[in-house]
Design a protein around this ligand. Structure first.
Ligand code: ATP
Ligand code: MG
Length: 570
C-alpha cells in the first residue's frame, strides 16, 4: 500500500475525551474514528488489525471443531420474552419496531437465536455434539460507553455456542474452548490471565471463566494467589473460612445495652469519636431486589459483595434501598439501623456469625447497642460468604498463599450454561432410549474490538503504538526520505515490489513530507519494522528500525529483505 493513497490521517493531539492510552493512540494514529458515543468507524489500518484478530480466532475455533455461521442482528422481541431476558437485560437492550409495529431487538448476544434454531435443526442425540460460532456486530446500550473500543455500544464479538447431550460432553467441549482461548490470546501477544468468574445476566448453572488482559485501566479487579494457581474475579472471589471457624461460648455474656451516640452514623465516626475498632461493629445494610427488602450484615471493617448477595437471593439485580424504603422497613434512618428486632430477612456474613458480640445500630435515632450477640439477639438463619475478599487475605483454596489484586480488561468469557436456554426455548433431543431431554449448552465470547484496544493498551511507548507482528496492519513500513530523489525512488520502489512479491504486507511512505514527519507517523502507527531509504540508498544501504526495541542499524538492502522474510523482528 502506498501511504500517499492511504486513508489514515494522523493527529498531533488526541481529543480531550480520550483518556486512555489505547483510545488516544488509535485515534491519533488513524485507526478509528468516533461516529457517536460508543460507536466507531474502523479506518483501513484499524480494519486490517481486526482482520488479523479475526483470522487467528477463526483458525483456532476451526481447529477446536467449531463451525462458522452468521446469525441476524435483528431479532424478534418474542424470543427474548420467551427466554425471560427481555426484562432482565433492561435498558442495555436496543429495541426497535418495524413498519407493522412488530417489536425487535438488536442482538447483544445470540443465545436466543441459536437455541431456537437448534430446536428446529437437531432432534436426535446422534447429531450432537455440535459447536458453532460467528464473528459479528453486537449492540448494547451501555450506560457508560468508555475508552473507545473498550466499551462500545456497537462492537465486534466472536460468540460460540455448544450443544451436548450430557454434562461430561460439555466438560470436554468447555476444556477444548478454554485451550483454544489460551492459544488465541497468546498468538495476539496479550499478557492475560484466566480467572474464575460470576455468571451474571447470561447466567447458567455451571463453571465460568473470564480471560483478563492485565492492565491498570481494567475495570475488573482480580484476586490472585501467591502460592497456588487460584485466580478469581473479585466479584466472586471466595473468602478463606479458616479464621472464622471459631467456637463461641455465648452463655455467660451480658445482655445487649443501649448507649447514646448522637449524630454518629458511620463506622468511621464510631472509630474516630468513640474509639471503637471497626472489627467490633456489625454493619446493617438494607437492600432491595428480587421483589423483596432484606438486610445484609457484615463486620465494620468488611465490605458487602453484592454479587454474592445477589446470587444467594437469586435476584438478577439488587441495590441499596433508598432512604424512604429504609425508613419504612426499619422505622429509623440508615446509620442507626440494627439487626435486633428488625423484621426483615437477615443475611449474615460468616465473620459476623463468628463474632462473640458486637456493636450495632439500635433501631432508634442517636442510639447504638453494645454486647449484641449474633444468634442470641438476632437470628442466624442465613449465614454465608457475603463479603468482598481483601488484598493480603489468605487464599480460599490452598489456605497458604496470600491474595494480591490486579486490574484486568475482560477480553473473553466462557460459560457452562447447562439447560437454562434449552429448557425455556424447548431445544430437546431424543436420547438412545427415545427419551426427550433438553440439550446441554455452553457459550463462549471474545470481544474482538475490545481485544484490539487491549493489545494497543499493553503495547505502546511515548511515541505511539507497538503492534505484535501477528496483529500489525503491515509488517514493514518503508520510509522514503526524499521523494524528489530519483535514486531513493528507484530503491524504495524496488524494495516495495520485492517485499510485496514475497508476500510481506508493506506500507510505502511515498508522501511528499519532511523526514521528521515520516518518522513520527511511523512510530505512532506502530508497524514492527521500518526500513529507511535515504541518502545511503546510493550505496545499497538502508536503515533498519525495530519498533519494539527502538533500535537502528545500517545494513545492505538485501540483508534487510532477508531479515524481514526470516521473521526476525516484531
Ligand atoms: P462487561 O462485564 O465488560 O460488561 P460482559 O460480561 O457484559 O462484559 P459478555 O456478555 O460475556 O460480556 O460478552 C463477551 C465478551 O464481549 C466480553 O468478554 C468482552 O470481551 C466483550 N464485550 C462485552 N461488552 C462489550 C462492549 N460494550 N464493548 C466491547 N466489547 C464488549
Ligand atoms: Mg456487560
Amino acid at each position: 500500500m502506498r501511504q500517499s493513497n492511504l486513508l489514515a490521517t494522523t493527529l498531533r493531539e488526541a481529543p480531550a475525551e480520550a483518556e486512555t492510552v489505547n483510545h488516544q493512540l488509535l485515534l491519533r494514529a488513524g485507526y478509528i474514528r468516533q461516529l457517536a458515543a460508543g460507536i466507531y468507524t474502523y479506518l483501513p489500518l484499524g480494519r486490517r488489525v481486526l482482520r488479523k484478530i479475526e483470522a487467528i480466532v477463526r483458525e483456532e475455533m476451526d481447529a477446536a471443531g467449531a463451525q462458522e455461521m452468521l446469525m441476524p442482528s435483528m431479532q424478534p422481541a418474542e424470543l427474548w420474552k420467551a427466554s425471560e431476558r427481555y426484562e432482565v437485560y433492561g435498558k442495555e437492550l436496543m429495541k426497535l419496531n418495524d413498519r407493522h409495529d412488530r417489536e425487535f431487538v438488536l442482538g447483544p448476544t445470540h443465545e436466543e437465536v441459536i437455541t431456537s434454531l437448534m430446536r428446529g435443526e437437531v432432534s436426535s442425540y446422534r447429531k450432537l455434539p455440535v459447536t458453532v460460532y460467528q464473528i459479528g456486530t453486537k449492540f448494547r446500550d451501555e450506560r457508560r460507553p468508555r475508552s473507545g473500543l473498550m466499551r462500545g455500544r456497537e462492537f465486534l464479538m466472536k460468540d460460540a455456542y455448544s450443544f451436548d447431550t450430557g454434562w461430561e460432553g460439555l466438560d470436554d467441549t468447555y476444556s477444548r474452548m478454554y485451550k483454544a482461548y489460551q492459544r488465541i490470546f497468546e498468538r495476539c501477544g496479550l499478557v492475560y490471565r484466566a480467572v474464575q468468574a460470576d455468571a451474571g445476566a447470561i447466567g447458567g448453572e455451571g463453571e465460568t471463566h473470564e480471560f483478563m488482559a492485565i492492565s491498570g485501566i481494567g475495570e475488573d479487579t482480580i484476586a490472585v494467589c501467591s502460592a497456588c494457581d487460584y485466580a478469581a474475579n473479585l466479584e466472586q472471589a471466595e473468602v478463606h473460612t479458616g479464621a472464622e471457624a471459631v467456637q463461641r461460648n455465648v452463655s455467660n455474656l451480658p445482655a445487649a445495652e443501649k448507649f447514646h451516640t448522637p449524630g454518629i452514623r458511620t463506622v468511621e465516626q464510631l472509630e474516630q469519636e468513640l474509639r471503637i475498632a471497626p472489627e467490633q461493629v456489625i454493619k446493617t445494610l438494607i437492600y432491595q431486589g428480587g421483589g423483596q427488602v432484606f438486610a445484609v450484615l457484615v463486620r465494620g471493617d468488611h465490605e458487602v459483595n453484592e454479587v454474592k448477595v445477589r446470587n444467594y437471593i437469586g435476584a438478577s439485580e439488587i441495590a441499596l434501598a433508598d432512604s424512604g424504603t429504609v425508613r419504612a422497613a426499619a422505622s429509623v434512618e440508615s446509620g442507626f439501623v440494627g439487626p435486633v428486632g428488625l423484621s426483615l430477612t437477615l443475611l449474615a456474613d460468616r465473620a459476623v456469625a463468628a463474632m462473640t458480640s458486637g456493636i450495632t445500630g439500635a433501631g432508634e435515632r442517636d442510639f447504638h447497642l453494645r454486647d449484641v450477640v449474633p444468634g442470641r439477639d438476632f437470628t442466624l438463619e442465613h449465614v454465608a460468604d457475603f463479603r468482598t475478599a481483601e488484598e493480603g487475605g489468605t487464599c480460599p483454596v490452598c489456605g497458604e498463599g496470600v491474595l494480591h489484586f490486579e486490574q484486568g480488561i475482560e477480553i473473553g468469557h466462557i460459560f457452562k450454561l447447562g439447560t437454562k436456554y434449552s429448557e425455556k426455548l424447548g431445544a430437546t433431543v431424543l436420547d438412545a432410549a427415545g427419551q426427550s431431554n433438553p440439550v446441554i449448552m455452553g457459550c463462549y465470547g471474545i470481544g474482538i474490538s475490545r481485544l484490539m484496544a487491549a493489545v494497543a493498551e499493553q503495547n505502546s511507548d511515548g511515541q505511539g503504538l507497538i503492534w505484535p507482528a501477528a496483529l500489525a496492519p503491515y509488517r514493514v513500513h518503508i520510509l522514503q526520505m526524499s521523494v524528489q530523489d530519483e535514486v531513493q525512488t528507484a530503491a524504495a520502489e524496488a524494495l516495495y515490489e520485492q517485499l510485496s512479491k514475497l508476500g510481506v504486507e508493506t506500507l510505502l511512505d511515498d508522501r511528499d513530507e519532511r523526514a521528521g514527519v515520516k518518522f513520527k507517523d511511523s512510530a505512532l502507527m506502530g508497524i514492527p519494522v521500518a526500513i529507511v531509504v535515504g541518502k545511503a540508498a546510493a550505496g545499497g544501504k538502508v536503515e533498519y528500525l525495530d519498533r519494539r526495541s527502538d533500535s537502528k542499524e545500517v545494513i545492505d538492502i538485501t540483508e534487510a529483505v532477508s531479515r524481514v522474510t526470516s521473521g526476525q523482528n516484531g
